[in-house]
Ligand binder design. Structure first.
Ligand code: SAH
Length: 257
């Protein structure tokens, strides 16, 4: 551990310090020499030092200049560390081949990082992220679960999601006030929503989840509402295919009138 680096709160710096947890994460990652890896926020290199022993195809994106200099010195220049903001990185500028994204990321920009990954998913093989436990619950939640909402729907439309383990605050320095979870997201080949309707569909999702306790029909202003099955339910009760069906039923009828 670096004694003379004061963790920067604004950059969400909570460094992993429990070596048993680090080993568990590495087992989950099971990196082989043919894997291409991009690490978001390598920090002081807790995961990095193990990853680069397994594959040479490594790029680290770290926003903190001091940490970049530290990592380059630590790994004797033998590492591709870029002083960039991941929210501005064009994934095409990284490996030519598709790659795995790995990161114990700053929790305050989790949504933005996931959205960026979604937009640039054609370059991604698999994503492994450590994020706040409640946030991970929202990403993986199914209908009839209190964490189910827009985030679950957007991410599950485009990715297979899986949670592996919860991680105790004392595994980090400085110790955060919250638990974390480690999860993966794999881009889906078959996406239930067409590209041309995606934006409109996501607006629909926003509307029907706007007031969670309301029935769907009270979130929308549409005619002939009794024609539609499920419209008397709350959005949180419907699975993703059911929401897509309702969206299409309403939309298609609108076009027929
Ligand atoms: N992976 C390390 C550090 C985790 S802390 C470990 O597990 O110990 C999160 C890291 O993300 C910090 O190093 C922080 O400087 C970096 N970071 C914060 N915002 C970033 C951004 N927008 N782009 C890239 N890295 C960022």
């Amino acid at each position: 551990m670096l004694k003379n680096i004061i963790p920067n709160k604004k950059l969400g710096q909570n460094f992993l310090i429990n070596k048993y947890t680090i080993n568990t994460l590495l087992e989950i990652l099971s990196i082989s020499k043919d894997d291409y890896v991009v690490e978001i926020g390598p920090g002081q290199g807790a995961l990095t030092e193990h990853i680069i022993k397994k594959t040479k195809n490594y790029i680290g994106i770290e926003k903190d200049k001091i940490l970049c200099e530290y990592l380059i010195e630590k790994f004797k220049n033998n590492i591709d560390i870029r002083n960039e903001d991941i929210l501005k990185t064009n994934f095409n500028s990284l490996h030519k081949k598709n790659f795995n994204i790995i990161g114990n990321i700053p929790y305050n920009i989790s949504t933005k990082i996931l959205m960026r990954c979604m937009e640039q998913r054609s370059k991604i093989s698999k994503i492994y992220l450590m994020m706040q436990k409640e946030f991970v619950e929202r990403v993986i939640a199914n209908n009839n679960n209190k964490s189910y909402g827009r985030l679950s729907i957007i991410m599950q439309l485009y990715f297979e999601t899986q949670k592996y383990i919860d991680i105790h605050p004392s595994d980090f320095y400085p110790e955060p006030k919250i638990y974390s979870s480690f999860m993966s997201l794999i881009p889906k080949e078959k996406i239930l929503i067409n590209e041309f309707e995606a934006e409109d569909f996501l607006n629909f999702v926003k509307k029907i989840f706007h007031t969670r306790r309301k029935k769907i029909k009270n979130c929308l202003s549409i005619k002939n509402e009794d024609l539609y099955g499920n419209i008397n339910k709350r959005a949180e009760e419907l699975s993703i295919p059911e929401i897509i069906k309702l969206y299409r039923d309403i939309n298609n009828d609108g076009k027929l009138i």
